[in-house]
Design a protein around this ligand. Structure first.
Ligand SMILES: [Zn+2]
Length: 67
C-alpha cells in the first residue's frame, strides 16, 4: 500500500482549488473568473472590477477626456 505524500496533498489541494474556481462566475467582458468579492452588473451581465477600472477616464476642467 502506498502512503500519501506531499505531492498527493498538493494534487488534492490543487483539485479543490480548481473546483472552487470552476464555481466562480465568469466576467462577460474579459472571460476571466471573478475572484473578488464584488462585481458589476452591466446590461444584466456580470463584469469584473478590472474591466470596469479599464473603462475609467479622467476629465479635465473643460470636460475633455485625457488618459
Ligand atoms: Zn473582466
Amino acid at each position: 500500500m502506498r502512503i500519501p505524500d506531499n505531492y498527493d496533498a498538493w494534487c488534492e489541494y490543487d483539485r479543490r482549488q480548481q473546483i472552487k474556481l470552476d464555481k466562480l462566475p465568469t466576467c462577460a467582458w474579459c472571460g476571466s473568473k471573478i475572484q473578488t468579492e464584488e462585481a458589476y452588473v452591466i446590461n444584466d451581465k456580470l463584469v469584473c472590477r478590472d474591466c470596469i477600472d479599464n473603462c475609467k477616464v479622467y476629465l479635465d476642467e473643460d470636460g475633455e477626456v485625457y488618459a
